[in-house]
Write a protein that binds this ligand. Structure first.
Ligand code: ATP
Ligand code: MG
Length: 506
């Protein structure tokens, strides 16, 4: 007899519908799986056999052929176990075929018959809804995540025995409700008021948060760069529902997260020994890298000068396009990567300012070569972080500076202005505007235009830099609640483009 069951295969952070067809007929006992399965999918045969037998069900001693269609999609991982098991039950006549009509099935099996959670359940549930399925059967630990796809009936099943009872209509699982919580009700992180002094750096941080711009802080050791960067998530606007879904989906595909809707934007700070693949993703079964895990949040590269050059070069495409395209063999996978880059580095290996530097020319040149020109060109704000005056450090009592909440309120207001202006376009904030959108929305006066031309002619600004300055100036004006970009806004934006002499790289 023939049976077919719908399930889903992960591709990047999306899922594709896969039909599991099982044919059971007389012949020498055998269980074959075809349709581009990898080794982990072929292992499913052993799990399915043991799970059925240990759940008191029959495993047909006949010739079983399973086909995973479409055969052109590579199948990997254990998430096909459950669909294979249900298809064997239907084909063997142990479960009526009508019971699984309009139902998708997704889950891993243990040898005992218990259902184990799988990665990427949110992506699969969203795909199931988009493909028109009314119900999805999932392992109980995955149920909350699947229920985030509103409008889909989620049936949480703990074990194969319970599943058979369900399909015979003798048991009804407890209805699963999504518990998205209130986005933004996050635990308070470190507060900006703990950073003494650093008015300019705090201003740069606020602008970066308000417009989703990339920021580089340069300064001697102990000046407070890492401290400032770690306070960035506290001033970013909380994610809205769609952004929270995006974050949850990415983290679920990577096997991170607790299955609940993300309430905070991610803050990823990989160590500088990370490989290019770890940073942007890849592998034979492509996995998301740090820049994707930071999607809709912050990617913090501390000690930027210590990262390998290939790793930093690999970041160029994601920073520009907001996504990573990975091509492996004949397949191409795309991961989202809309993260704001925050980086920190010392001006040279010894970390001292220009005056007190003890490094040799060569040492200095090697260190600075790592920060390639093209990467620096993608950074909108470069800001010097000098040690705060001793008076500030010693005198002011903690908590006297402006707190993260007040800065966040200004950032949220500026983002709302941007959302209204950019409504209908692909960008959600100024930092995401492409050149054409930036030209349409940012108008500068005659004097400012002359200043821009001078900067371009002097070589202080590249073509890309020009577009980035316009976007930055727009954010500065939005923070000030100004409709038009003034000369002062543009001057401030240009000031952040100027690379400090310590970093003037060939
Ligand atoms: N402006 C400041 N206000 C309060 N504390 C500060 C400030 N700057 C530095 N500190 C203190 O110094 C510690 C080190 O600062 P931080 O790690 O941010 O320095 P850094 O600039 O990242 O140095 P490095 O270049 O060595 O990484 C902080 O944990 C904090 O205790
Ligand atoms: Mg540091």
């Amino acid at each position: 007899m023939l049976a077919s069951i719908a399930t889903f295969a992960l591709e990047g952070v999306d899922s594709r519908e896969v039909t599991v067809e099982v044919d059971v007929r007389r012949g020498l006992p055998a269980f074959t799986v075809v349709g581009l399965p990898d080794a982990s999918v072929r292992e499913a045969r052993e799990r399915v056999r043991s799970a059925l037998l240990n759940s008191g069900l029959d495993f047909p001693l006949q010739r079983i052929t399973a086909n995973l269609a479409p055969a052109s999609v590579r199948k990997a991982g254990p998430s096909f176990d459950l669909a294979l098991a249900v298809a064997v039950l239907v084909a063997g006549g142990q479960v009526p075929a009508e019971a699984v009509a309009g139902t998708a099935v997704c889950g891993e099996l243990s040898l005992s018959g218990a259902l184990r959670p799988v990665r990427g359940m949110l992506a699969s549930a969203l795909a199931a809804r988009a493909c028109g399925f009314a119900r999805v059967i999932v392992p109980a630990p995955n149920a909350g995540e699947a229920a985030l796809a509103e409008g889909l009936e989620v049936l949480a099943v703990p074990h194969m025995e319970a599943l058979v009872e369900l399909l015979h209509g003798r048991w009804t699982p407890v209805p699963v409700a999504a518990a998205p919580g209130a986005p933004g009700a996050s635990s308070p992180g470190p507060d900006l008021s703990e950073v003494r002094g650093q008015r300019d750096a705090k201003r740069a941080l606020e602008i970066a948060a308000a417009g989703g711009h990339n920021l580089l802080m340069v300064g001697p050791p102990g000046a407070g760069k890492t401290m400032l960067a770690r306070r960035m998530p506290g001033i970013l606007p909380p994610p809205d529902f769609d952004e929270a879904l995006d974050i949850t989906r990415v983290h679920s595909v990577a096997g991170l997260g607790d299955g609940e809707l993300a309430r905070e934007r991610p803050f990823r700070s990989p160590h500088h020994t990370i490989s290019p693949q770890g940073l942007v993703g890849g592998g034979t079964r492509p996995r998301p890298g740090e820049v994707t895990l930071a999607h809709r949040g912050v990617l913090f590269l501390d000690e930027l000068g210590e990262f390998s050059r290939p790793a930093l070069e690999a970041l160029r495409q994601p920073l520009e396009e907001g996504r990573v395209d990975i091509v492996r063999g004949q397949r191409s996978v795309s991961f989202p990567a809309r993260a704001a880059l925050v980086a920190a580095c010392n001006p040279c290996p010894c970390g001292a300012t220009a005056a007190g530097c003890r490094c040799g020319e060569l040492e200095r040149a090697r260190y600075q070569r790592r920060l390639s020109g093209p990467l620096l060109d993608r950074i909108d704000l470069v800001c010097q972080v000098m040690p705060p005056p001793a008076q500030d450090l010693v005198d002011s009592c903690p908590g006297t500076g402006e707190d993260s909440g007040s800065v966040r309120a200004r950032v949220v207001a500026a983002r709302q202005i941007q959302a209204v202006r950019l409504g209908g376009s692909a960008a959600t904030c100024n930092g995401e505007m492409d050149t054409a959108t930036a030209r349409r929305h940012v108008h500068v006066g005659k004097g400012s235009r002359r200043r821009l031309i001078r900067s371009l002619e002097a070589g202080a600004l590249s073509g890309r830099g020009h577009a980035r300055v316009l976007r930055l100036a727009r954010t500065i004006a939005d923070l000030g609640g100004r409709d038009r970009v003034t000369a002062a806004d543009l001057d401030e934006a240009l000031g952040y483009r100027l690379v400090p002499p310590e970093l003037a790289i060939a």
